[in-house]
Design a binder for this molecule. Structure first.
Ligand SMILES: [Fe+2]
Length: 366
């Protein structure tokens, strides 16, 4: 190589013999290495190592105050796990035992004093090449990892979007704004958090709750959008949406869909056992369904549907209070009202009598 060729890599030299340091520096500069840091005091080695983050360390073993093993012990915790940092031990004479000790402490190779220029430069060149190959590989791995994470995020986004569109399909005929399912998801998630559920459960509920009425897909328009009283037969059809939804969602390996199945099946059960399946009551109803039940009814009451007007918030809250301990778990109902209070949506509660027609869909709860 030409003397003027610049070589990449920062080299730290630690040797208490000034003369050795000068020889090495001169040899390395002549070979084109111009990022050199050196010290004759081993106690300063760690500070220099941290400051300069060298690609190679040339380390003497026999030094006063702190020998080469001491320096190795100090540097080791500062070398990132799994990374490749070549440390080349400089020594006049070394026992097999000391060699093994140095290797076990992170040394990669040994250089005998007095130095043979060709040998020193070749060893350094090889070790630096290995160092830079390792860094390039690491960079490549980081890049790949970033790409995998990006693809995973895209896939997750696509899954979430598909679930949202599925929920939308269920509400399509019934909800002009098509926002009901998302609001139920948000309210349910916030309610779950308020009730102390962990973050991962809150996130699952946010995505699973919007699918609660998926089974409405199977309910004909003539029944779903009917103005006025439902016949017993029509009411049975409405009720079937819980089982239909659960069947559509059944058999999945994914916790999100398993949770959605549970919600679809039991979101119309009542705390006092007066829901769709009288056999289930109280805490037998999954907590998540007791949560969705309150969020769903509140949102349905406070927004207009083809067959009903929107209720004022205070009136809907009064209804939730009335149904606490009947339709709703009192603890969940109370937490929900607290949530509305925090949102500033609840200044006063002034229950206003509502018509039977207006109440239809909280009683049958389609
Ligand atoms: Fe429902």
């Amino acid at each position: 190589m030409a003397d003027t060729d610049r070589q990449a890599g920062c080299i730290l030299i630690v040797d208490d013999q000034e003369n050795n340091v000068r020889i090495l520096e001169r040899m390395l500069r002549k070979a084109g290495y111009d990022q050199l840091v050196s010290t004759t005091d081993p106690r300063t080695a760690l500070a220099l190592f941290e400051e300069h983050q060298p690609d190679l360390v040339l380390l003497d073993l026999h030094m006063p105050y702190l020998d080469g093993f001491g320096v190795l012990g100090q540097i080791r915790p500062h070398v990132p796990e799994g990374s490749y940092l070549p440390i080349l031990v400089l020594t006049a004479d070394i026992s097999t035992e000391a060699k093994q000790k140095a290797l076990s402490m992170g040394a990669k190779d040994f250089l005998a004093k007095p130095f043979d220029t060709t040998e020193v430069l070749l060893r350094i060149k090889n070790l630096l090449e290995a160092r830079f190959l390792y860094l390039a590989l690491q960079q490549q791995n980081d890049l790949l990892e970033m790409k995998v994470q990006q693809r995973t995020r895209e896939l997750e986004d696509a899954q979430v979007e598909i679930l949202e569109r599925l929920a939308l399909a269920a509400e399509f005929r019934d909800d002009a704004t098509q926002e009901h399912t998302q609001r139920v998801g948000e309210y349910s998630a916030r309610l779950a958090r308020k009730l102390g559920l962990p973050d991962h459960a809150v996130n699952l509920i946010r995505r699973a709750a919007p699918l609660h009425d998926l089974g409405k897909i199977a309910v004909p328009d003539s029944v779903l959008l009917k103005l006025g009283r439902l016949t017993d037969e029509e009411f049975e059809l409405i009720k079937s949406h819980t089982h239909v939804g659960a069947r559509i969602l059944s058999g999945s390996r994914h916790p999100l869909l398993q949770l959605a199945e549970q919600i679809a099946l039991t979101h119309h059960e009542h705390w006092d056992g007066s829901g769709y399946s009288p056999a289930i009551r109280g805490e037998e109803i999954p907590l998540v369904s007791r949560i969705v039940a309150v969020a769903d009814v509140f949102d349905a009451l406070t927004h207009a549907r083809p067959y009903k007007k929107a209720w004022p918030v205070a009136e809907a809250v009064a209804e939730i209070r009335r149904q606490s301990g009947r339709q709703f778990d009192p603890r969940v109902a109370e937490a929900f009202i607290e949530l509305l209070r925090e949102d500033g949506l609840l200044q006063e509660e002034a229950p206003v009598p509502v018509t039977a027609a207006d109440r239809r869909h909280d009683a049958t709860g389609a």
